[in-house]
Design a protein around this ligand. Structure first.
Ligand SMILES: [Fe+2]
Length: 308
């Protein structure tokens, strides 16, 4: 690669990675690309440890070239095959960089959205943080994959975002709500869906928000879904949200003791909540108590979104 091309490639990758603070994921993906690029190569070139992803990516490409030059046992045909991998490797690195940048951009948009509601309603920011952590603990106890866990954690972070569409009078009311006021409050699930579904890569998260007040027995809102009709993530958020609501003091009522909140959730298996999710809650209840007993300022969001 000549110096000019190397500079413009470096600039392009630098641009793509600007939003990425943690690039350990990139490092392992880069290693996988190198394995693919050098099939049947007895010794893989080592990707140099570097302080930034661009240097690591450039060093990967250079070490591919060096490996080809240094191996005197290669036939001309094999050497040509390996050389042909170089532009493919560069393209794959570029695609990887762009994919990561796009994901980070989306996650920053999520953070901005979640802060919007926190600014509007002070109670919400502590509630949101705890619900996000409860969602992650429960999804983990239920054996969810990494990507499902991330969706559920993002849904926890955004579950009440639609309350930006609820008037202050209703949102801050400390006495019981009238029929019409309940209707306004309940619309937050649809508002949340409408806002978050504007980000196409978060459509599945938007669906979780839309249904997080459904009940397993079909008596919830806004669509009266029941059982497996309710998105799995919504069934997880429902438990996390209810647990936090019960264990938090609000202007109109005292918090319930944590043991009582746990037994109430357990007693609602098959009624308000998915029985399998309740089993996961039973397993994760110690972690729920740890989160509950930690002050909000000391709580850290799950690793998948903590880099925000
Ligand atoms: Fe809600």
């Amino acid at each position: 690669m000549d110096a000019g091309t190397q500079n413009s490639t470096r600039n392009l990758w630098m641009e793509s990675f600007r939003a990425a603070r943690d690039w350990s994921e990139f490092e392992s993906a880069l290693h996988d690309l190198m394995v693919d690029a050098l099939p049947a190569q007895p010794s893989l070139p080592v990707v140099a440890k570097a302080n930034d992803p661009v240097t690591a990516a450039l060093s990967a490409v250079e070490s591919l070239e060096r490996a080809v030059l240094a191996n005197v046992h290669l036939t001309d045909v094999r050497r040509a095959e390996l050389r042909a991998w170089k532009p493919i490797l560069e393209l794959q690195i570029e695609n990887l960089a762009l994919r990561m940048a796009s994901r980070f951009t989306t996650e920053h948009a999520v953070l901005a959205l979640s802060k919007t509601l926190g600014v509007r309603d002070q109670y919400t920011s502590g509630h949101t943080k705890r619900v996000t952590l409860y969602c992650d603990a429960l999804a983990r106890a239920l054996g969810a994959s990494e990507s499902v866990r991330r969706d559920v954690a993002l849904a926890g972070l955004l579950h009440d975002l639609g309350k930006v569409g609820v008037s202050d009078r209703v949102l801050r009311k400390t006495s019981s709500l009238s029929q019409a006021e309940w209707q306004e409050m309940r619309a937050h699930t649809e508002w949340g869906f409408e806002i978050v579904s504007c980000l196409p890569s978060l459509y599945s998260v938007a669906e979780i928000l839309r249904h997080h007040h459904e009940r397993y027995d079909g008596d919830g809102y806004a669509h009266g879904l029941q059982g497996d009709e309710i998105p799995w993530g919504s069934r997880v958020v429902a438990i996390a949200d209810t647990f936090d609501a019960m264990t938090s003091t609000r202007p109109y009522r005292e918090a319930l003791p944590v043991e009582q909140a746990i037994s109430t959730i357990l007693s609602q298996a098959g009624e308000q909540f998915d029985p399998l999710a309740v089993e996961g809650f039973r397993e994760a209840s110690r972690e729920f108590q740890e989160i509950w007993s930690t002050s909000t300022t000391q709580l850290r969001l799950p690793a998948s979104i903590d880099s925000l």
